[in-house]
Design a protein around this ligand. Sequence first.
Ligand code: CFM
Length: 540
Amino acid sequence: MESRKYPEPSVVREELIKKYPPKVAKKRGKAIVINDPETIPPVQANIRTIPGIISQRGCSYAGCKGVVLGPTRDIVNLVHGPIGCSFYAWLTRRNQTRPDGPEDRNYMTYCFSTDMQEEHVVFGGEKKLKKAIQEAYDIFHPKAIGIFSTCPVGLIGDDVHAVSREMKEKLGDCNIFGFSCEGYKGVSQSAGHHIANNQVFKHVVGLDDTDKGGKFKINMLGEYNIGGDAFEIERLLEKCGITMVASFSGNSTVGQFENSHTADLNVIMCHRSINYMAEMMETKYGIPWMKVNFIGAQSSAKSLRRIARYFEDEELMAKVEQVIAEELPVVQSVINEIYPRTKGKLAMLFVGGSRAHHYQELFGELGMETISAGYEFGHRDDYEGRKVIPTIKVDADSKNIEELKVTADPEKFKPRKTEEELEKLKAEGLDIREYEGMMPDMKKGSIVIDDISHYESEKLIELYKPDIFCAGIKEKYVVQKMGVPLKQLHSYDYGGPYAGFKGAINFYRDIDRMVNSRVWRLIQAPWEKTPELEANYVTQ
Ligand code: CFM
């Protein structure tokens, strides 16, 4: 395969920052790093975005309400705030759910808000919140109600936790808990993930000790069922005979969370959004955790094998091999068909906190290279691996977020494996409690960019002319107007699932269509044909 000629990475880096004022250039320069998988350079991450720079990021409320709690179908997720915050979080993430039957509740199609008005901002909104909780309870009788704080709630000092306690006591049979996830609480969605983890851990996990059976019991952490991904993963686990006790939180119920401490292993898909939960569950209940990745056919096979090895059960290992042997040939036949059309093409991925890493697997299977990638809100460990955690500087923004003090539960703590057993598994190559991050998997000379700005994206596209750019809806049409197809890796556009084996096939076909469509070469903007149409600013 003849490899393409790219501009020198150091030249690219310089180009990306040279138009910025010196202070901004200095700051952005630390977030734009030339990768070397052997000696990974530090990346500036999880710090405030420079005002006005046009970031891809969202807010803490989005990470808490939308991301972590949004996919749980039977919690009434009540937003305390102005209606816009609810409206823009209403079914926009394509997180799907499948109720077990007519008795199973599904509130995800609803939009619950206190619809805060100026009057409540001035005189306080707690009364209004209590009324809204009562109303939701009277109509739906849900098992649980979550209260999510938007910016004004924190500014005026409404106490959502006190209101939750009071109403929980009053109503008696409904678990009510609040989240101080005001949009400004951190530098990005990431803060909201942490806040969500804390409250679900405090108020829900561990409430139901029922042993629901199953020989190999796991929780799936950080899989949110976008475009039906969880359905495909569930299909595979079931086929292998692995029981999923709880999913945090794609296709989940509050009952699953309550029962999740009965599982024997936590597997993590998205490290960024849920590593806190895994650590807290290990400390309190003794459940070890392991990173997996069901994006990519090979990594799905690898993840199943690693789960089987953790349980050290011959029968399970054999079953997993059988499932892989059944599933992989179909995938391989599709790769064989598509590969000649996609090999050597160039991809760029700028997505939230884990997909920019995971999806490089799928592109790799198509012979495509990811020349540049970055997270919107990942932390240094998501780039460089967990080994850097002790060296991460905790700044004022991160200090805002509560660190729960968790200890072993006097009754429920039960180590699933002894430290010696875990060490033995580790020595055999099973990386328990480990995440190596994105950079070791990227080539030398690839460019890693944290919290990429709009301007930097445009420059990158000009310099590399990638065959596909992966990001979100805010970037989509700007990039496409530059003649480059954009695949939304948040919502999957209208596609998916992309996880597991069947998902991989869907992805290959969608990408083949996009990178080989001729329409992008035919596009010419009006001002390219007739330069006199170019927009001008009137300066007088
Ligand atoms: Fe995790 Fe996610 Fe992601 Fe994320 Fe998100 Fe998402 Fe994402 Mo959009 S939890 S970090 S906060 S994998 S909503 S399902 S696609 S930015 S890369």
